[in-house]
Ligand binder design. Structure first.
Ligand SMILES: Cc1cc2nc3c(=O)[nH]c(=O)nc-3n(C[C@H](O)[C@H](O)[C@H](O)COP(=O)(O)OP(=O)(O)OC[C@H]3O[C@@H](n4cnc5c(N)ncnc54)[C@H](O)[C@@H]3O)c2cc1C
Length: 387
């Protein structure tokens, strides 16, 4: 019943997790990645319990735990007054309530932990410096000695593999940019909490900070309106773009404006979103991760969804005939991603509220106990992906 082998295009979180998840079922894979080496792209990532549970099953979590921090809380704080608005307990609470830890880590560290496990696994093969064009995907399959049964498009937001799937999603710039940078702990202002993830909320923008153990400092992400630098995660902000960023933070607390001023060479991540569409072709190809559902980072779930997709796709193709497995994958994962996306849209509305809506938001939040806010997230963090 089970397929024997797969080709995975892309060695991001989605692709590396897919290789490990398939190997768990005895399915071999070849991961083809365009980059010459897997590098330092990005900054921090929050790994929620729904994803860390899977990383534990893949034997990756133990390594990751050496490098990450488990925040005590997720805090919501006014970006204007710096007053706390609400908090959700994390740390030991997360382990107990959701059965797996919540951690913060550098993106490169997670990628390295996954990579180490992939390189150790005899069923996984990684080929760097090889870009697959849609037109060559069939040639690639045909050229392999035992033609692989499955082609997994884990090639990110600007996926070319989508073209193999009629009616697949298209991707569009959201009008928002994530400004990402890190600052050393030695120069970090005292208002940054060294033990928690903090989302500072303000009119039409927000800023997230959390500590990163690997750099003994902080990861900072500011989300603001902006112009896309194109299909890249490596652009640096120009002086004019920085001035545009500062203008959007004009009404914010002086301490946060100073923090943005401190940023040395921040990276601009243009935020792209995928539309609805097909994620599989009923025959031999499936999209996972950002290739399927690139989404705004308002619920910090993009990588977590990529990890869930990979794990559940592997479980399905290992136990059902391929066409049924692909159809089931699409049904299960689209419902899950849609719910996460609506939570993100809700967060965006609440985080960026202004005027009377902001006052109402602050009042509602002040009436919610931390435990009850945590309960709202049971469906998300308590999810048991079937692999
Ligand atoms: C500001 C910001 C903050 C975020 N914070 C979080 C967070 O806290 N928690 C969380 O879970 N998620 C977060 N995310 C989302 C997360 O970063 C992404 O959803 C996730 O990294 C997507 O992984 P992926 O493997 O699908 O795609 P990618 O990481 O983009 O990997 C795709 C890979 O495919 C390769 N590739 C592309 N085309 C080809 C080709 N033709 N041939 C060969 N290789 C190819 C690329 O080189 C790349 O290595 C955040 C995103 C942003 C922008």
């Amino acid at each position: 019943m089970s397929i024997k082998s797969a080709v995975i295009v892309g060695a991001g979180m989605a692709g590396l997790t897919a290789a490990l998840s398939l190997a768990r079922h005895g399915i071999s894979s070849r991961i083809v990645e365009q980059a010459q080496q897997l590098g330092e792209v990005g900054a921090g990532l929050q790994i929620s319990p729904n994803a860390s549970r899977i990383l534990r099953q893949l034997g990756v979590l133990e390594d990751l735990e050496q490098h990450w921090l488990e925040p005590a809380e997720i805090q919501l704080v006014s970006g204007v007054s710096l007053k706390p608005l609400a908090s959700i307990p994390s740390g030991a609470f997360a382990r107990q309530r959701w059965g797996a830890p919540y951690g913060v880590v550098h993106r490169a560290t997670l990628q390295q932990s996954l990579l180490t496990a992939v390189l150790r696994n005899p069923l996984c093969r990684l080929e760097l410096g090889h870009r697959i064009e849609t037109s060559t995907a069939d040639d690639l399959l045909a050229a392999m000695p035992d033609r692989p049964d499955l082609l997994v498009g884990a090639d990110g937001a600007w996926s070319g593999l989508r073209a193999r799937i009629p009616g697949s999603p298209s991707v569009a710039f959201s009008g928002n940019i994530a400004w990402r940078f890190t600052i050393p702990g030695s120069t970090a202002p005292a208002f940054l909490d060294r033990h928690s993830v903090t989302a500072f909320l303000g009119p039409q923008t927000h800023l997230v900070s959390y500590p990163l153990k690997e750099i003994d400092g902080f990861n900072i992400v500011a989300i603001a309106a902006g112009i896309s630098p194109g299909e890249t995660f490596l652009a640096e902000g120009s002086a004019a773009q920085r001035a545009g960023l500062m203008a959007q933070f004009a009404g914010w607390n002086r301490a946060i404006r100073d923090l943005l001023d401190l940023a040395e060479r921040p990276n601009l991540w243009p935020l792209y979103q995928a539309s609805a569409g097909r994620w599989q072709n009923g025959r031999d190809t499936a999209l996972i991760g950002d290739a399927a559902h690139a989404m705004m980072p308002f619920s910090a779930q993009g990588a977590a969804m990529a990890i869930e997709d990979a794990f559940e796709l592997a479980g399905l193709v290992a136990t059902q005939p391929l066409p049924q497995a692909l159809a089931a994958y699409e049904t299960i994962r689209q419902a899950r991603a849609a719910r996460v996306r609506s939570r993100g849209a809700f967060n965006k509305f609440a985080y960026h509220a202004r005027g009377p809506i902001r006052i109402g938001r602050d009042l509602v939040l002040s009436l919610r106990a931390p435990q009850s806010l945590a309960q709202d997230l049971d469906w998300l963090y308590g999810y048991q992906a079937k692999g």
